[in-house]
Design a protein around this ligand. Sequence first.
Ligand code: GLA
Length: 376
Amino acid sequence: MSQNLIENRVVVKSPGRINLIGEHIDYNGGYVLPAAINLKVTLKIQKTDNTICTVSSEQGGTLSFDINQPLKISATQWENYILGVVDGLKKKRPGRLDGFDCDISSELPIGAGISSSAALECGLAKGLNSLFDLELEDIELIEISRIAEHNFVGTKCGVMDQFAVTMGQFNKLILLNCESLEHHLIDADFSPYKIILLNTNVSHNLATSEYNNRRVECEQALKIIQKKHPQFSFLADVPETVIESLKEKFPGKVFQRALYVSRENTRTLEAAALIQKGKVKEFGALMYQTHLGLSKKYEVSCSELDFLVDLTQNLPQVVGSRMMGGGFGGCTINLVKNDFVNAFTHLAEEQYQKEFGKVLSPVEVATSNGVEILYS
Ligand code: GLA
């Protein structure tokens, strides 16, 4: 291939992510433990000789816009991931982008809680950064992608997904402080257990509105706490005892939301220490506690997810199980003994079909590197 053609084209492989523990903690300034995975979105991006950008997605159709026109929110949701990122890049580097064609294909199921959206955003951001020599750092691309999600997609997400998708490393988990963005890489060694996702194939439409509501409830909790304890800047940092002492002050369900956040942050640090000591079973026990909190206190689970977690309770070969991601559908994440994986996925598929009349999609995942740019 000629040098010129190589310079005009990039191929980007952008992974989804799992999160072992630390759910609904990123926007509360605490610790999460995600990893990038081996299921990816592929973006083939090529410069054109005009100002038109044409983006085609296998699943979504084709979007076309002029790079020099102001970009507006689209009624077609997948287009907002693209428009939001391009808008962010244009604002950071005015006049530096030009027309391009982008072809997207994906191995990542959509709405499954494994961040097909962050994979798309961060893959596009990094791909265009490289193609047009924008010289933006990874951390700036992560922020542009997160803001695209806020302003164009409408989910007021934290930084976990974009960070994991961009900074992930093969065989590593990222213990990330979502406030300072300080992070440590931890060996992702769960042997003799494998990570199995059970995709419910449901995505309840409460997902975005309830996600944003939880964020508002957490902000309310923090304000109430700060009146008496102004030293706390983030809800995740507030000890359980402080929250208990103010119980009467919180309206509605704000108390139980705050309690969940405080406990989950503590649990995540404990979990990271356990995994570093090879204590997989003890780690798994914390995953069950997280699920209980998400289901009963934070109320972001659903009957399909609860059913799948319950199913594992009496299986000694499954040491941990919980819903993963924003909730209201998507996947459970399970730690399953090597030699029980097939039997487990068959059992879960059968029982799920019986209970809900729906197809379950089990997926075995491994960790992988974050967004990679290939020239080919
Ligand atoms: C979604 C959001 C993340 C995070 C998780 C819940 O994946 O995009 O920022 O809040 O939910 O942990």
